[in-house]
Design a protein around this ligand. Structure first.
Ligand code: HEM
Ligand SMILES: *[C@@H]1O[C@H](CO)[C@@H](O)[C@H](O)[C@H]1NC(C)=O
Ligand SMILES: *[C@@H]1O[C@H](CO)[C@@H](O)[C@H](O)[C@H]1NC(C)=O
Ligand SMILES: *[C@@H]1O[C@H](CO)[C@@H](O)[C@H](O)[C@H]1NC(C)=O
Ligand SMILES: *[C@@H]1O[C@H](CO)[C@@H](O)[C@H](O)[C@H]1NC(C)=O
Length: 354
């Protein structure tokens, strides 16, 4: 009797450990509070295949060009920072959207990223009807970009609606941190978005993948090299980035340019950060220890990155009856009753095909 009772309690302990770790993984960071209107299971009945459609399609895209993962991650960041994560970055006329030709290199988002999002939207809407917002597709694409490039896998809360207007150039510039910012400026600016020093360091870790135009950092090379930059690194960059060439690009993370890992922080400890905004995180006493802790422990970085991304992904979202679900991610829906009726009918038809 005694032994079966102790086996029972042992089983109880084992099963509760299993249950806890199961929820730890599948509910992903329940410690981040959700804003009203977002949920972890928003499309569970409306579009149950959503996440697998996005994952499958992006796998194909990245097989051809893993560089697109960086473009998609940055797209979500810009979307969230400028007017909230409402897909407004995708609108034609937006300072960084599809038709904006005058964006300076420091704003340049990859043109292909917009195409990838609209392609995803097309597949999703053909399977489920027009029930999934472009803003949610951008958030999911960023999540999958991180994971498929080697980073952590995590759940994203969904239920965002698409915004009705785009940001002007001035609003865009005012909201995006400049690569020339020091840590003081970054901490002050991002605190306005409720992001603390740990969030700032973790989110900057997005620079573990992708490219930059030389023009985003040549102020650190010419006319004189920034003394906070490793000299060999600076000399190599001068080769890649002659002062006369405004088109040249280089990788953000010299150790592992296409892999989402913690090497970005190792670069910073070796004075091989590309932007002032990167390198100063290691120079500044307030953020230095956070950089070191991420460089030493990738698991810690991954956990914090997920936490900070979920926070960033909820900035000024539109939910419920606010905003709309765009039929084309680059255009507002036309305000036309006939058009809306036909779209609803299409939705019902494609929904019934499921
Ligand atoms: C903290 C302030 C930040 C600054 C000052 C900053 C600045 C920049 C700049 C100047 C570029 C290069 C653009 C170009 O010249 O082509 C860039 C690229 C990139 N940024 Fe940031 N960024 C910041 C935060 C973030 C965050 C939060 C993420 C995502 C979590 C992110 C992800 C990326 C990625 C993935 C690229 C490469 C894009 C590509 O290859 O197409 N950045 N960033
Ligand atoms: C981008 O670069 C232009 C000059 O090329 C500058 O006027 C602008 O302030 C920069 N903006 C950001 C966000 O870095
Ligand atoms: C940080 O940059 C701001 C301007 O953006 C400047 O006023 C300040 O002096 C700089 N701080 C340090 C420590 O360099
Ligand atoms: C930069 O790219 C543009 C457009 O592709 C091209 O016209 C120009 O010649 C290039 N400049 C340099 C210095 O390569
Ligand atoms: C690394 O961070 C993880 C997550 O916080 C923690 O569980 C682990 O103990 C850390 N590892 C070391 C060697 O400090």
């Amino acid at each position: 009797m005694a032994s079966s009772a102790s086996i029972c309690s042992l089983l109880l302990i084992i099963s509760s450990v299993l249950v806890c770790s199961y929820f730890g993984v599948s509910e992903a960071q329940p410690s981040v509070p959700l804003v009203k209107g977002l949920s972890w299971s928003f499309y569970e009945s409306k579009c149950p295949k959503l996440e697998s459609i996005v994952r499958k399609q992006l796998k194909k895209v990245f097989k051809k060009d893993i560089g697109q993962a960086a473009g998609l991650l940055r797209l979500h960041f810009h979307d969230c920072f400028v007017q909230g994560c409402d897909g407004s970055v995708l609108l034609e006329g937006s300072a960084s959207g599809p038709s904006e030709q005058e964006a300076p290199p420091n704003l340049s988002l990859r043109a292909k990223a917009f195409e990838i999002i609209n392609d995803l939207r097309e597949t999703v809407h053909s399977k489920c009807g027009r029930v999934v917002s472009c803003a949610d597709i951008v958030a999911l694409a960023a999540r999958d970009s991180v994971y498929l490039a080697g980073g952590p896998e995590y759940e994203v809360p969904l239920g965002r609606k698409d915004g009705l207007n785009f940001a002007t150039r001035d609003v865009t510039l005012a909201n995006l941190p400049a690569p020339t910012s020091n840590t003081t400026k970054l901490l002050t600016d991002l605190a306005k978005k409720n992001l603390d020093a740990t969030d700032v360091v973790a989110l900057s870790g997005g620079h573990t993948i992708g490219l930059s135009h030389c023009t985003s950092f040549t102020n650190r090379l010419y006319p004189t090299q920034d003394p906070s930059m490793d000299q060999t690194f600076a000399n190599d960059l001068e080769e890649i980035c002659p002062a006369s060439d405004t088109n040249a690009t280089t990788v953000l993370d010299i150790r592992s340019p296409d892999t989402f890992d913690n090497k970005y922080y190792v670069n910073l400890m070796n004075r091989q950060g590309l932007f002032t905004s990167d390198q100063d995180l290691y120079t500044d006493k307030r953020t230095r220890d956070i950089v070191t802790s991420f460089a030493l422990n990738q698991t810690l970085f991954f956990e914090q990155f997920v936490h900070s991304m979920i926070k960033m992904g909820q900035l000024s979202v539109l939910t419920g009856s606010k905003g709309e679900i765009r039929a084309d991610c680059s255009l507002r829906n036309p305000d036309n009753a006939n058009y809306l009726r036909s779209v609803v009918k299409e939705d019902e038809e494609s929904a019934s095909e499921l």
